[in-house]
Design a protein around this ligand. Structure first.
Ligand code: SF4
Length: 351
């Protein structure tokens, strides 16, 4: 019997393309959903034949904009998953959503088909910033969606973007104070990064400098009334996203949908799943351990020091950089200073 795998299901469609977005998604408000759902079910069949009736601890519908999907097609996909796999009774089933694409009735229909966690792309609490970002919704629509989700007792996460060209520490503190008033239990705070091949990439925007970005990041850690548990994620202890935590810990997952990527464990051997579901490549123990370090160090708990991980760590460097990393029991984690230079730090830390 193969080990349990988390499922990530990609829904690549959006109402329109946001100005900063480099995700795999395309503007198409009325795609051929029947074809999409059939293709997803074909991929699920492929994996059920490969892996058998494995346990599924989490399912994450990410995008794109999964909340655009008519519920009948979501139901088809969930039926397919339930027939072919053993969806655990406490399986976390997250739906990413954008305000303006889903109302309370549609949300209730998603819930009756298994969704128990809603991630909402709020992004800003100022209408003019939402226009600047190229979002299709306004603040009232976002707050209404959060209220609807609260009324039906869904676990909720809200995404925000900071570090816009006009942002400074004060504006980010104001944002945190406003977020605190919303009573959320899980918040993701993403720094605006300018990617090539986006509208922002062509605009020559004057962004806050690195020092200001770092000050804003530290201010978020101080002012948000939720503890940081990963570089960009803040939540109460029992509200962490189980799906992401599992992947950061190095557990197995299968990516379904165009561009799906995953880490698959077949008969005890690990494979990297790339792009097409039929393409996967054996991973060496060193590559697996390196990945665990890269994702584990993004979490505040840190990376677990299992033997394979220890083999890849330069402990001489760790012992001389206690201002940047710390060993705490069986975990290695970054300090507050280390977190600010995470990418550089991992280059030195990994052998
Ligand atoms: S809604 Fe999300 S995935 Fe879609 S274009 Fe905007 S940022 Fe990209």
């Amino acid at each position: 019997m193969n080990c349990s795998h988390n499922l990530y299901i990609h829904v690549p469609f959006c109402m329109s393309k946001c100005n900063y977005c480099a995700f795999f998604s395309r503007a198409c408000s009325n795609p051929d959903w029947q074809k999409y759902a059939n293709d997803i079910c074909d991929e699920l069949n492929f994996w059920s034949e490969k892996l058998g009736k494995i346990n599924i601890p989490t399912i994450f519908f990410g995008g794109g904009t999964p909340s655009l999907m008519p519920v009948e097609f979501f139901e088809q996909i969930m039926n397919c998953i339930n027939e072919r796999f053993n969806v655990l009774p406490d399986c976390e089933i997250t739906l990413e959503s954008n305000p303006g694409t889903i109302d309370k009735n549609k949300l209730i229909d998603f819930v009756s088909n298994g969704v128990n966690r809603l991630s909402v792309g709020v992004q800003s609490l100022k209408d003019e910033e939402l226009v600047f970002l190229g979002r299709r919704h306004n603040v009232v629509q976002a707050l209404n969606l959060l209220d609807s989700a609260k009324e039906i007792n869904l676990r909720i996460s809200a995404d925000f973007i900071y570090g816009l060209p006009n942002h400074n520490v004060e504006s980010v503190i104001n944002l945190c104070n406003q977020i605190n008033k919303l009573g959320l239990k899980h918040v993701s705070m993403y720094e605006l990064t300018i990617e090539e091949n986006t509208l922002f990439g062509k605009m020559n925007l004057k962004m806050p400098d690195n020092d200001t970005m770092a000050e804003m990041y530290n201010a978020i850690g101080e002012k948000l009334n939720l503890p940081r548990y990963e570089v960009s994620n803040y939540a109460l202890e029992n509200e962490h996203c189980k799906h992401n935590v599992s992947i950061w810990n190095g557990d197995a997952y299968v990516g379904i949908g165009h561009g799906g990527a995953g880490r698959v464990c077949l008969n005890g051997i690990w494979y990297e799943q790339k792009g097409n579901h039929e393409l996967f490549e054996k991973m060496s123990d060193e590559t697996r351990a390196t990945e665990k370090i890269l994702t584990g160090l993004r979490t505040m708990r840190g990376v677990k020091l299992t033997q394979d991980v220890k083999n890849m760590i330069n402990f001489a460097w760790v012992n001389t950089h206690k201002d940047l990393v710390e060993i705490d029991g069986e975990y290695l984690h970054t300090t507050a200073n280390g977190l600010l230079i995470l990418d550089d730090l991992t280059l030195d830390l990994i052998k």
